[in-house]
Design a binder for this molecule. Structure first.
Ligand code: ADP
Ligand code: MG
Length: 452
């Protein structure tokens, strides 16, 4: 069985992927519909488990003719490469592990991640304005831009930049009161306070003594009326006392749904500075700097290669670097582009979904024959299944509306468009339909093959 599996996988996967992940594994046992695959180390096990389990399951199912459960083990003793699991924190890129406990005697920086300082922040065209504003605020809090509202997508440096303000201030004025708080924590503190005798009073005293209040991920305040009310008062008190407020959000204030108008206007009163995705040069500079701090020398082409593959999220960019480093050290390889390719490839994104797969999945799961899907019957179940099929094809392939119409036996593109819009509308108010669509989507993914 295993040699057949290897043969098929070789056709389906790229060469570096196959050589690194599949060839080094072997079949340990195949009983009771369970295939146990032995991998040389924990890193390989995790990687196979995360990215290749579906591909392998599909191939095995094709060969034996029924579904098989796939398990992975790590080779023990002499056969194992001598690597311990601890060494590799490959799945958790560095992120702000910020202590949530407001313990009194902790040093003032306890809420701040020591790595999030200005000197480690790479300035590029994407964040120049936000960086300049943060620096200005750090130098003269309450004077320049109040509040400073930082906005930008996930993993683009908002938290880093806002904490840098705190570090900077504490370096020069160790006694200043810098509060960094996630919106979640503010909300929880507020809720806890309500439930306690004198709770509200100490809550207010605590937050209103800040010299600088840094509030992260304010978008999570959406719809929380009580928290918004309380935050409004906290904000006003600090603002009127000339204290600085810095807010971070993944979108501008006017795009946060269910945010009270008066808060929205307060947030827009100072400066709204946005952070965009970094360009290639900036991404390379970030990797370079990171490597310097870790005391690692990286070849330029390796930096460029990683930077080229991760474009929209700096946390993921850093994660890829860490994975590459872990991988290189585990297999004892020199740091080259060729050697790190297997850990950078995001294999799941390269699935190829064909119209046939979608028709087959819809037909099997909604019990309507493919002929009926392609035919002209207006029976309710049939046209319903057809509409779902068109919607799924639109979502899962690059096909144009007329091409999708053709796949359904030559329907007009306006019919396809109507179906997609109808399902989209219904979906948003109908959890049951949402669930059905999710199941169908999962099945489609399962049946799709990696692109060659
Ligand atoms: P956000 O809060 O916007 O989701 P973070 O501030 O948590 O993003 O940043 C994600 C990771 O990327 C952090 O490890 C951070 O240090 C790093 N990072 C973001 N922007 C930069 C930058 N300009 N220079 C260096 N590192 C950065
Ligand atoms: Mg953040």
């Amino acid at each position: 069985l295993w040699s057949q599996v290897l043969e098929r996988l070789q056709l389906n996967l790229s060469r570096p992927t196959f050589e690194t992940w599949i060839k080094t594994a072997s079949a340990q046992s195949f009983e009771h519909n369970c295939l146990v695959i032995r991998t040389p180390n924990p890193f390989a096990r995790n990687w196979l488990q995360k990215y290749y389990i579906n591909t392998i399951a599909n191939v095995v199912q094709d060969i034996v003719g029924h579904p098989v459960e796939i398990y992975f083990t790590v080779a023990q003793g002499d056969e194992a490469s001598h690597i311990s699991d601890q060494k590799v924190d490959w799945d958790s890129p560095p992120q702000g592990n910020i202590s949530q406990k407001p313990v009194n005697n902790q040093p003032k920086t306890f809420q701040l991640n020591p790595k999030y300082v200005f000197s480690r922040f790479v300035v590029g065209a994407n964040n120049r304005m936000a960086h300049a504003a943060a620096l200005a605020v750090a130098e003269s809090p309450g004077m320049e831009f109040n509040p400073l509202f930082l906005c930008g997508g996930v993993g683009l440096g908002k938290t880093h930049l806002m904490q840098a303000i705190g570090h900077y201030r504490l370096e020069f004025f160790p006694d200043s009161k810098i509060f960094y708080v996630s919106t979640e924590k503010f909300t929880n503190d507020f809720i806890t306070a309500i439930g306690k005798k004198d709770g509200m009073q100490s809550f207010r005293e605590y937050y209103r003594t800040a010299d600088i209040l840094l509030v992260d991920d304010i978008q999570f305040i959406e719809g929380k009326e009580g928290t918004q009310e309380e935050f409004f008062h906290t904000f006003n008190t600090l603002y009127e006392a000339g204290k600085q407020v810095v807010i971070a959000s993944d979108r501008p204030p006017n795009q946060i749904p269910r945010l009270q108008e008066r808060l929205c206007s307060r947030f827009s009163m100072g400066l709204i500075a946005d952070i965009q995705a970094p360009d290639l040069e900036t991404r390379m500079a970030i990797l370079q700097k990171k490597a310097e701090y870790e005391n690692i020398r990286l070849p330029r082409d390796v930096i460029e290669y990683i930077a080229a593959n991760y474009t929209s999220n700096i946390r993921e960019l850093e994660g890829a670097l860490i994975r590459a480093l872990a991988y290189i050290s585990i297999w004892g390889l020199p740091m080259t582009v060729e050697n790190i390719a297997p850990v950078l490839e995001p294999p799941m994104e390269k699935l190829e979904t064909t119209p046939e797969i979608i028709l087959k999945v819809v037909s099997e799961n909604l019990n309507i024959s493919i002929e009926d899907l392609k035919g002209n019957s207006r029976r309710r179940e049939i046209s319903w299944a057809r509409q779902i099929g068109m919607y799924l094809m639109r979502q899962n392939t690059d096909l144009s509306l007329p091409r999708i119409g053709e796949e359904f036996g030559g329907k007009d593109h306006t019919t396809v468009l109507y179906s997609c819009e109808k399902i989209t509308q219904l979906r948003d108010n109908n959890p049951e339909l949402t669930q059905t669509l999710k199941q169908l989507n999962d099945r489609i993914q399962m049946n799709s093959r990696p692109k060659k």
